[in-house]
Design a protein around this ligand. Structure first.
Ligand code: SIN
Length: 291
């Protein structure tokens, strides 16, 4: 660092303490709006594998900067809802705003409020999602993460044996139905046909087994509808118990990155949605076929 004074020297990123027994870690001192060195990308990647949720504090990223930062981790995914910004098409806004830009509690898309893992209704689902806080309510508006590695580990041996080789059927249609959103259209059903994924997936980087379930899963291959839904419901109730959950209370400037291969997540409607704006910018990195 010789030749740089304190004002121009890039801040040193620090990895803080684990935010909860279920996961999450805080990174301070990073400035992702600058050219991000490979060493910081490696540090964030390691933190993601170790803690599943990485909270980078005090960022102020434009959509372009968020796009470029996300790109360092892989290929960006488009968003199914196609609400994206025209210039940076794959930086999507997650908001509680209505068509006139006013806060609203009547949400068109309700799926985010149910436990899910991103795009599990695709044959190649998401690896990582990044949300950057742009406008936050004065309190609440949290996001919860449930650790599917810990949840799988805690299952009784008999249940682990029962799940071995089972595949859940994930679909956009089931997701819309189970979240009480407006039903999937025929065109959407054609574009996003159901896909089956193992109920226990192996994390491709750590080798750890994790439950792969959530609100997009509506059935189990080879099982009757009622039996399949009962088992998925039982697993979801087990996997989202408080000891497996980290609740993120957003702070202004947070950029939160999470590993969809190891977590379920959901937004909480625990704020005055009709009064306060909640706007976050979202980017998603494409993953690999679950096995
Ligand atoms: C999401 O489900 O991707 C968004 C979560 C949130 O709005 O907190």
């Amino acid at each position: 660092m010789t030749g740089l004074n304190a004002a121009t020297r890039p801040a040193e990123a620090r990895v803080g303490h684990r935010l909860s027994p279920a996961g999450g870690v805080e990174i301070t001192g990073a400035d992702l709006a600058r050219a991000v060195p490979e060493s910081l990308i490696a540090l964030l990647h390691r933190a993601l594998l170790d803690h599943h949720v990485v909270v980078v504090r005090d960022q102020a990223l434009t959509k372009e900067q968020q796009h470029d930062f996300t790109r360092r981790f892989g290929e960006l995914e488009d968003h199914v809802a196609r609400h994206s910004d025209a210039r940076y098409g794959i930086v999507h806004s997650v908001t509680n705003l209505d068509r006139d830009g006013n806060p609203s509690e009547t949400l068109e898309i309700r799926g985010n409020y149910f436990w899910h893992t991103d795009k599990s209704y695709h044959a190649v689902p998401s690896l990582m999602t990044l949300l950057h806080a742009v406008e936050l309510p004065p309190e609440g508006g949290d996001t919860q993460f449930a650790n599917m590695v810990l949840a799988y580990r805690a299952l009784p041996q008999a249940m682990k044996a029962r799940l071995a080789g089972l595949r859940a059927v994930h679909s956009w249609e089931a997701s819309r139905r189970q979240s009480g959103s407006s039903p999937a259209t025929e065109e959407e059903k054609r574009e996003r046909p159901p896909v089956a994924h193992p109920i226990v997936r192996t994390h491709p980087e750590t080798g750890e087994p994790a439950l792969y379930i959530g609100n997009h899963a509506g059935a189990i291959e080879g099982m009757g509808e009622a039996e399949g839904q009962a088992l998925l419901g039982e697993l979801l109730a087990h996997a989202t118990q408080p000891q497996f959950v980290y609740t993120h209370n957003w702070r202004s400037g947070d950029l939160v990155m999470w590993d969809n291969r190891a977590l379920l997540h959901r937004a909480l409607a625990n704020y005055a949605m009709a009064r306060h704006r909640r706007v976050l910018h979202r980017t998603v990195v494409r993953g690999t076929v679950p096995y």
